[in-house]
Design a protein around this ligand. Structure first.
Ligand SMILES: Nc1nc2c(ncn2[C@@H]2O[C@H](COP(=O)(O)OP(=O)(O)O)[C@@H](O)[C@H]2O)c(=O)[nH]1
Ligand SMILES: [Mg+2]
Length: 358
């Protein structure tokens, strides 16, 4: 008990010592803050798009933009399993004493083939493999206190700045992947479009997403209340963010900025008057990081987990590679479920009804 008292902040202690009606529930915030500070935060972001659209540059922009950074090697246990095509790097970012491990999963070569019909498959497989790894850890009798989380929390999809419309490849990728992961579409290299072209293109993309039933992050159906709806509606009106990336620093009016120097001036990537990179960064880190992780855990992962456990129908296979659910289907179809087993999570079940492809 003495221990508990010591943990509550000084102010409330002195203030409330003689106030017998004060229970101290508000001190939970301080307890949570201390725990969060100790643990730090983790976010796994995947970038997908054709070569040369500026994926690597944008991620460097994210690391270099207004956060101090120091590079670390992730410990081997937590490192995301690598494949030939998909690679990941982690950075420890620290700001005002709060630590964050930002992992970027790069997928070079997506859509670079002449025939790109099934190029979403390895990415889908990678995402499901991370869910599977998490599930295997979770069902151990002796679970780790903290399960290493390599699940992809968010996938940034780079749309080429054509100014026309989405390509079939873009539609196919987002349609399938939006059911298993949070998708944040961006218009790459937006400095190649005039302001008018940019606004038209954004509008066209929003209409096409709607017409194709593609639900990108923040998904309307997961808004929890009117407050959420109001904030997220504003974001939904802005999507896709028209971004510009750069890891070059320049001096502008005595300030060091990240920018792209051209013959007619310098584009400041963090200046919202120039492009929407700052909105993307704020969404990922400042305003929606926790929500992005919550949706991953309580919707996308949960849908996977329910399906996996239902599929094995009580005989859970500990070998993911032997199991069809862990593998993407060659024809992109998912198998019928044996009997409608009870769903432990209502929302996940609803989401699953929209077809969760493996
Ligand atoms: N105009 C313009 N060029 C960019 C932008 N971002 C990156 N680039 C350039 O595009 C080229 C390819 O970038 P890179 O990040 O390697 O693309 P990736 O293959 O998708 O990783 C490089 O020369 C970058 O300097 C941008 O926002 N605007
Ligand atoms: Mg690259």
């Amino acid at each position: 008990c003495a221990n508990l008292t010591r943990r509550t902040p000084q102010v409330s202690e002195t203030q409330h010592r003689n106030d017998f009606s004060y229970v101290g529930i508000d001190a939970i915030l301080e307890q949570m803050r201390r725990k969060a500070m100790k643990q730090g935060f983790e976010l796994n972001v995947m970038v997908v798009g054709q070569s040369g659209l500026g994926k690597s540059t944008l991620m460097n922009t994210l690391f270099k933009s207004k956060v101090s950074r120091k590079s670390v090697q992730p410990n081997p246990e937590e490192r995301i399993p690598k494949t030939i095509e998909i690679k990941s790097i982690s950075h420890d970012i620290e700001e005002k004493g709060v630590r964050m491990k930002l992992t970027v999963i790069d997928t070079p070569g997506f859509g670079d083939q002449i025939n790109n019909e099934n190029c979403w498959q390895p990415i889908m497989k990678f995402i499901n493999d991370q869910y599977e790894a998490y599930l295997q850890e979770e069902i151990h009798i002796n679970r780790k206190k903290r399960i290493p989380d390599s699940r992809v929390h968010c996938c940034i999809y780079f749309i080429p700045p054509t100014g026309h419309c989405l390509r079939p490849l873009d539609v196919e990728f987002m349609r399938r992947l939006s059911k298993v992961v949070n998708i944040v579409p961006v218009i790459a290299k937006a400095d190649t479009l005039t302001l008018e072209e940019r606004d038209d293109f954004k509008q066209t993309i929003r209409e096409e997403l709607r017409a194709n039933g593609i639900d990108v992050y923040p998904q309307k159906e997961f808004d929890e209340d009117a407050d959420d709806r109001m904030i997220n509606d504003k974001i939904r009106e802005m999507i896709p963010f028209a971004v510009v990336g750069s890891d070059q620093e320049y001096q502008v009016n005595g300030k060091r900025i990240l920018g792209r120097k051209t013959k007619w001036g310098t584009i400041e990537v963090e200046n919202i008057a120039h492009c929407e990179f700052a909105y993307l960064r704020d969404l990922l880190i400042r305003t929606h990081m926790q929500n992005i992780k919550d949706i991953t855990g309580s919707i996308h992962y949960e849908t996977y987990r329910v399906r996996r456990l239902n599929e094995s129908n009580g005989h859970f296979s500990p070998h993911p590679s032997d199991h069809p659910a862990a593998q993407p289907k060659a024809n992109g179809q998912h198998e019928e479920q044996p009997g409608g087993a009870a769903q432990p999570n209502g929302v996940a079940a609803q989401h699953e009804a929209r077809s969760h492809e493996m």
